[in-house]
Ligand binder design. Structure first.
Ligand code: 16G
Length: 240
């Protein structure tokens, strides 16, 4: 099963074989893979080598470890194209998942100067500040901190945001969402966000900031999102 003459390191070969077995469904999602001792015997290699392969698969998000219990097969990441301007609700539904939200803050405040500038607000203009945890099939996916100008959406109530913000804007307010600019950065989860996402720190996250515009180039939202890096990968089409 292993090619000891190959220039490919043994731990990479084991990794590849385990990966294939996961993809074929030999080890279904959520089940434990064989123990290090079993794998050591099966492959006839040292425990160190097996551990290296498993650590790489854990770091790639294919497996996760649970202290004292073993190593398990992770759910595949959601693959999210970065090309279209879609909502979280649309994205999850398109994958056959059920989206849900938990609003943990809904306040009216005067934003800092960066957000005011992005939304082209005057010095004292107010925004709604909405903090939502977003779930797919009841699993935490992201935290979104959204700033919406009060002037543009007067009388907004939290119950209108139980579902999709974009559906509310397009169907209730009859406004046309047109385009957005987005920035993405990698980072480590903050303690409070780890609690909200129910993940253990340290954990990798993707931070995305989006400024979205209505037709006529009118900015209507600034969103700072924290996405679980173990649940997401982003894809783009590129041309030359
Ligand atoms: C996405 C957007 C977010 C937008 C939300 C609306 C990113 C990084 N963010 O999560 O800016 O506010 O969708 O979703 O894609 P909703 O209509 O389901 O509330």
């Amino acid at each position: 099963m292993l090619d000891k003459q190959s220039p490919i390191p043994i731990y990479s070969q084991i990794e590849e074989q385990l990966k294939q077995q996961i993809q074929q469904g030999d080890f279904p999602i959520g089940t434990a893979i064989p123990s290090e001792r079993e794998l050591t015997e099966r492959f006839g290699v040292s425990r160190m080598t097996v551990r290296q392969s498993i650590t790489n698969l854990v770091n790639d998000g294919l497996l996760y470890r649970e202290k004292g219990r073993g190593t398990f097969v992770a759910s595949p990441k959601v693959e999210q194209p970065l090309n279209g301007l879609t909502s979280f609700t649309e994205d999850m539904k398109a994958r056959g998942m059920v989206p849900s939200n938990k609003i943990i803050r809904f306040e009216i405040l005067v934003p800092d100067i960066d957000i005011a500038a992005d939304l082209r607000l005057a010095a004292d203009d107010q925004v709604y500040f909405i903090e939502r945890i977003r779930f797919a099939d009841d699993k935490t996916m992201a935290i979104e901190r959204t700033y919406l100008p009060v002037d543009r959406f007067p009388g907004l109530q939290p119950d209108l945001l139980q579902g999709s913000l974009y559906a509310m804007i397009e169907n209730n307010q009859h406004l046309k969402i047109s385009h957005a600019t987005q920035r993405m950065e990698a980072g480590l989860v903050k303690k409070e966000d780890a609690e909200l996402l129910q993940i253990k720190s340290p954990a990798a996250i993707l931070m995305i900031e989006r400024i979205s515009y209505l037709a006529g180039d009118v900015p209507f939202e600034v969103v700072r999102s924290t996405y679980r890096a173990d649940r997401y990968k982003f894809t783009t089409d590129i041309q030359r």
